[in-house]
Every structure is written in structure tokens, then in C-alpha cells.
Ligand binder design. Structure first.
Ligand code: TXA
Ligand code: MG
Length: 441
């Protein structure tokens, strides 16, 4: 059967023209949108989400998402199909407010006096008197502090699927007893969810196994002809996906490191998060049931082979000129060895080196001279990922894509960083991109 090719439209939107009130995350009030083109694009996208089985790609603060209604089996099928994603991997449901979560998923109206909230009957719609704990009363208390401090933002939490009158598509949850939910901070994402008044299931908008998209052009590269619309709201600030937390188990677990650091969760989550554990499962078998099904698949992979340089304990030292020179010489040795190894099986014409703390000052002329002396006919592209955790994280996927898709290199060296703060998410993605091919550095 021939595949239907869809015309993929890209509409530019201006995130800075969308304004939400501070209480909107609680009361669900709609944004004001001052730019007319942005408003029209969002209304067109919202209609696709609400009224069709189709999908829309949109920017979030983490990465671009490929969204469809979380409540509609056919929309979720369209997501899996466009991405070519295995359907046992559940999707995150994106909401624009707690009001929407209560109304659309948890079947709860905090303003309706019931036996349990009759004492709060004087709570009104008036946002001045907003009772946040009442609005959150269907959400386990372990999450309350995190929600107050970190939503909207790159935090995903697991909640029990409602026992009665569940409206979430079984394909969204991959038939698990929990569902993942987050309230993104990117105004384009939030406005799309608010205007469609539909909880949106959205994995990253890349073809399955490819690096996640942080620009609209990345989405277009992977999904053109497969989806009707991409909202182009510029680059994603955080650059890696949200942090996924499970507070329904004891001790609570960090299932996927992401845009929010483990250190932040410990600091902001309250007492119960102090002993939060990080899911750390290596070598997961294909048919094994895992707590975060997304962890078992090939992921974030450029076409070029990636070699990861894993920092050893030693480079916890301050970066002195001495250690830097040592590191540079060490790298040149690794570079030549690996080139020799790899060129036995791979034709290598172009190599990219993505650098962080120790190799940001790697002298390209010196490297070119050495390759010439060794009669290696290769072109080298040097690119810095940045010199702090946030910028390394923000540039990670875009740089991998650039050297892979635009520069067409055959081999990519990446200088890794320590696994604290942003380093935990960065190294999680890099290890997968490298298929665990790493060298101590
Ligand atoms: O930043 C993000 O989270 C992006 C943007 C678009 O919002 N979305 C994203 O979605 O990364 P996705 O589908 O690529 O990743 C969802 C992750 C997977 O690791 C999945 O296994 C896990 O969340 N997940 C979803 N539902 C789950 C559940 N019920 N239990 C355990 N893990 C779950
Ligand atoms: Mg993904």
C-alpha cells in the first residue's frame, strides 16, 4: 500500500506576543495574543487537535513536540505512525492548567460543593481567593510543592489513571495504570493546549531513534510529508526533554533525567523527595517490562558514528593550563587511535569534534598539521557545545544534528561532562547517541 503524502505547512508564531496571567495555571484563564498571525496560526492548530485525528508539531521549552489529542485513539495512532514509534511506549499528556487537568482528566470540579470539600464551599472562581490546595486535592500531596514551584516547566509527573470514567486514550498510556503529565512553560505550547481545550499527547517531534528537535527545521527534516502543520516558534531554550518523576512509589524515583536537575528536585520537592532515587538500568532486554518504557529503545542517534569521551574522576580538578594541555594531548592520541580503528570498517572523510570544558580551546591548526603529517586525508569540524551546563544542554541536539545532517560527517567525537546538575541529562542522551561507545577521558 502506498503511503499518503501530506503537505506539511510551517507557520511562524511569536511566543512573545502570547501572555498568560499568573493565576492561569490554576484557574485555566485563556491567554491574550497580540500578534494576529500568531493568533490565527494557533487557532488553526487548535482546530486540528480538537476536531481531527491529525497531529501538529509545536515548540515547548524543552524540545519540539508532536501533539495530538490525548483523549482520541486515532490522534494517538497518528502520532505513533508519523514518528514510526513503537506503541508500547506511553506518551506524556500536556495540559495548560490544573483547571484543565481537573476538568478534562480527573473528573473533578473544585468549585462544586461535595462532602469532602463542603468546608471550602466559600471558595469562589475569583482568582484572588484561589485555594491552591483545593485545586490540587486530587493530586497526591508528594507533588504539591514541586507543582507550585516548578510548573509551568520541564517537569513531568506520574499520576494514577482515574479509576472511574477514564477519558484518556489507552494508547496514550500504553495501558499502564499511571499516566505522565506536564504543564509546559513555552507560551506557544500552552496557548495551543488552552485554545484547543484538549490535553495533548506529545512525544518529541523527531522520527523515532533520531535526536530530538530543538528547531522547526529539525521537525521538517524528519516529518515532512507525514504531518499537516508545524508551528515555528524559534529554538527551544532548555534543549533536552522534561524530567520524569514517579512519586507514587517509595522511595520516589527520577525515571528520566531532563530539563530540571535532580539537585533542584531535592531542594524544592520537600521532605519526601530527599531520598529520591535515580532510575539506572543498563542493558534492558527488548521484551523486558521496564518502568520507563522509553529507556529500552535506540535513541538520539545521528547517522554518523558517535564516540563519547567520558570524563574520569581526575578532571574534577580546577581546569588549569596544565591539565588543559594534558587533556588536549591525550585527546589527539585518542583521535588518531580511533581514526585508525574506525577507518578499517568505515570510509572516513569528515570528522566532527563537539567540545565542552577541556577541549573548547583545542587548536584546530595543530590537529590539522598532525593529520597531514600522518597522511590522513580528512576534514575536521570543531564545534563548542558551550562552557556551562545550561548551554551545553541547550546546544546538544542541534549540534549533533548539524554535523550529522548538514555537514555530513562520518564520525563524531563528543567531550562529555560530569553527571551532576545538567550533566545527568546531557550524559544520559550522549550515552544513547553513542550506543554506549565511550572512552575514558
Ligand atoms: O520534554 C518532554 O517531555 C517532551 C516535550 C515534547 O514535552 N516530550 C517527550 O515525550 O519527551 P516522549 O514521549 O518522547 O517521552 C516520554 C517519556 C518516555 O521515557 C516514556 O517512557 C515516559 O515518559 N513515560 C510516559 N508515560 C509513562 C508512564 N505511565 N510510566 C512511566 N514512564 C512513562
Ligand atoms: Mg523522544
Amino acid at each position: 500500500m502506498t503511503e499518503l503524502i501530506i503537505n506539511t505547512k510551517i507557520l511562524k508564531v511569536k511566543p512573545e506576543s502570547i501572555h498568560f496571567s499568573p493565576n492561569s495555571i490554576w484557574d485555566g484563564s485563556l491567554p491574550t495574543i497580540t500578534d494576529l498571525d500568531t493568533k490565527n496560526a494557533l487557532l488553526e492548530a487548535a482546530k486540528i487537535i480538537r476536531d481531527t485525528d491529525q497531529t501538529v508539531a509545536f515548540p515547548t521549552e524543552t524540545v519540539y513536540g508532536l501533539g495530538g489529542s490525548s483523549l482520541n485513539d486515532n490522534s494517538v495512532k497518528s502520532i505513533y505512525k508519523a514518528k514510526n514509534r513503537p506503541s508500547d511506549n506511553p506518551l506524556i499528556t500536556h495540559i495548560s492548567s490544573l483547571n484543565q487537568l481537573n476538568r478534562k482528566i480527573l473528573n473533578f470540579n473544585p468549585n462544586e460543593p461535595t462532602k469532602s470539600n463542603a468546608t471550602n464551599a466559600n471558595v469562589s472562581n475569583n482568582s484572588q481567593n484561589l485555594d491552591k490546595s483545593l485545586v490540587m486535592s486530587k493530586i497526591p500531596t508528594i507533588y504539591h510543592s514541586l507543582i507550585e514551584k516548578l510548573w509551568p516547566g520541564p517537569l513531568t509527573i506520574l499520576l494514577p489513571v482515574p479509576a472511574r470514567d477514564n477519558k484518556l486514550s489507552k494508547l496514550t498510556t500504553a495501558e499502564q495504570s499511571t499516566f505522565a503529565v506536564r504543564l509546559p512553560s513555552n507560551p506557544v505550547a500552552r496557548a495551543l493546549i488552552a485554545l484547543s481545550d484538549t490535553p495533548i499527547a506529545a512525544p518529541s517531534a523527531n522520527a523515532s531513534t533520531r535526536p530530538s528537535p530543538t528547531l522547526a527545521q529539525h521537525v521538517y527534516h524528519d516529518l515532512k510529508g507525514k504531518i499537516p502543520l508545524i508551528l515555528d516558534g524559534g529554538s527551544c531554550k532548555v534543549g533536552v526533554e522534561s524530567t520524569v518523576l514517579d512519586g507514587l512509589v517509595n522511595p520516589p524515583m527520577l525515571l528520566r533525567p531532563g530539563g530540571l536537575t535532580y539537585e533542584d528536585i531535592i531542594k524544592l520537592g520537600g521532605k519526601q523527595w530527599e531520598n529520591c532515587k535515580v532510575e539506572n538500568k543498563k542493558n534492558i532486554k527488548k521484551d523486558e517490562k521496564v518502568r520507563t518504557p522509553g529507556m529500552k529503545y535506540k535513541h538520539y542517534s545521528p547517522s554518523a558514528k558517535v564516540i563519547l569521551l567520558t570524563p574520569t574522576e581526575k578532571n574534577n580538578d580546577e581546569i588549569s593550563t596544565n591539565t588543559e594541555n594534558e587533556k588536549i594531548n591525550n585527546f589527539i592520541q585518542i583521535f588518531l587511535n580511533e581514526y585508525q580503528n574506525e577507518s578499517k570498517t568505515l570510509e572516513i572523510k569528515k570528522i566532527a569534534i563537539l567540545t565542552t570544558y577541556h577541549l573548547n580551546n583545542l587548536p584546530l591548526e595543530q590537529l590539522n598539521k598532525i593529520t597531514k603529517e600522518n597522511n590522513l586525508n580528512i576534514e575536521i569540524i570543531l564545534q563548542s557545545l558551550g562552557n556551562n551546563g545550561e548551554s551545553i544542554q541547550a546546544n546538544l541536539f542541534a549540534s549533533l544534528r548539524q554535523v550529522d545532517e548538514d555537514d555530513n560527517v562520518d564520525l563524531i567525537f563528543v567531550e562529555g561532562i560530569h553527571e551532576d546538575n545538567e550533566g545527568l541529562a546531557v550524559m544520559n542522551r550522549l550515552k544513547k547517541a553513542a550506543g554506549n561507545y565511550s572512552i575514558d577521558f
